[in-house]
Design a binder for this molecule. Structure first.
Ligand code: ZN
Ligand code: ZN
Length: 343
């Protein structure tokens, strides 16, 4: 590897050691392999998935059964490169796409590397994440960011990627009418992505007034309180679930026009009773979003051009030795997105 001056050999790592148990450890700094870069981590966003692993020890089929480093939304600076990487990248600010597909299987070859069965994804058991000082990543998954994008916003290109993937899957085009259930970080970011894709109407549904207010500030053209308003009459082109609540998913499906699209993004109940006649009689296209492929360059463009705002979504900042409070910040009213500032 080609280091930039002297790179430390050991680093501080925040490790999930059990359910609701975190500890600091000293570990060796990874050595970048031939096609990898070593990134000195700057900011890491706290994702709902990190919180699920911390509180419940699992998400669907992914179970934490050994110590795990959480965190997969990150930005930083390249400080060393593997033998096969141009040393001119040292010093570059990057946003990390936190996944390593095999690049050889049929899904990878078809361009759907998010569905690669051999995927190694940060902070998904047993692969360690980014609540630490240094990570190694394949060089083409360390995406350069312009100076106009802050380190925090660069980290949040990861959840924006989920929003972009949802907008693509939802076939959002100029003029689309979209209903989004859930005004949390993913709902608000997806609303902004939908706006950038040209949606004419973006209705965000959330029972919490503060979240509706947030959604109205960031992308939503209207908001509804689902405990008060029946959305069935909306008959939107696309419904995106970003909350995982069964009643919201079913109500959202009923709110889609014939031949419209339903995109499941939220994690919540593993099983939901589906309104089969609605799906059949309206020929709904029901799909999910599992992460993303090739979204960082577009995400960086949308932020750099002001079409998507990520900085104002940050409601809490914590140090690397304070990850536990960062993971519990969502219990505070008004909390939207927490950042762990590694440096
Ligand atoms: Zn995430
Ligand atoms: Zn593959």
């Amino acid at each position: 590897m080609t280091p930039a001056g002297s790179v430390a050999t050991s680093m501080r790592v925040s490790v999930l050691t059990g359910q609701k148990a975190l500890g600091m450890e000293e570990r060796a700094v990874p050595v970048p392999e031939g096609d990898q870069v070593l990134v000195q981590v700057s900011k890491v966003g706290v994702c709902g998935s990190d919180v699920h692993y911390y509180r419940d020890g699992r998400i669907g089929p992914f179970v934490v059964d050994a110590p795990l480093v959480l965190g997969h939304e990150l930005s930083g600076t390249i400080v060393a490169v593997g033998a096969g990487v141009d040393a001119s990248r040292i010093g570059q600010r990057v946003a990390v796409e936190p996944q390593k597909p095999c690049r050889r299987c049929s899904q990878c070859k078809a361009g759907r590397y998010n569905l690669c069965p051999f995927m190694e994804f940060y902070a998904t058991p047993p692969i360690d994440g980014a609540f630490c000082e240094y990570v190694a990543i394949e060089e083409d998954f360390a995406h350069p960011v312009p100076d106009s994008i802050s380190d925090e916003a660069a980290a949040l290109l990861e959840p924006l990627s989920v929003g972009i993937a949802a907008a693509r899957k939802g076939r959002i085009v100029p003029g689309s009418r979209v209903l989004i259930a859930g005004g949390g970080p993913i709902g608000v970011i997806t609303a902004q992505a939908a706006r950038a894709f040209g949606a004419a109407e973006i209705i965000v549904s959330d029972p919490v007034a503060d979240r509706r207010k947030m959604a109205e500030r960031f992308g939503a053209t209207a908001t509804v309180d689902p405990t008060q308003v029946d959305t069935t009459d909306l008959q939107v082109d696309c419904f995106i679930d970003a909350c995982g609540v069964p009643a919201a998913i079913v109500a959202g499906m009923e709110s889609v026009r014939g031949a419209g699209t339903v995109v499941i993004v939220g994690t919540g109940s593993d099983t939901v009773a589906m309104p089969i006649p609605t799906i059949m009689n309206k020929e709904l296209n029901v799909t999910g979003v599992f992460r993303y492929t090739d979204t960082w360059p577009l995400g960086a463009h949308l932020v750099a051009t002001g079409q998507v705002e990520l900085d104002p979504l940050v409601t809490g900042r914590f140090g690397l030795d304070d990850v536990e409070n960062a993971l519990n910040a969502d219990l505070q009213p008004g909390s939207l997105k927490s950042i762990v500032a590694v440096r």
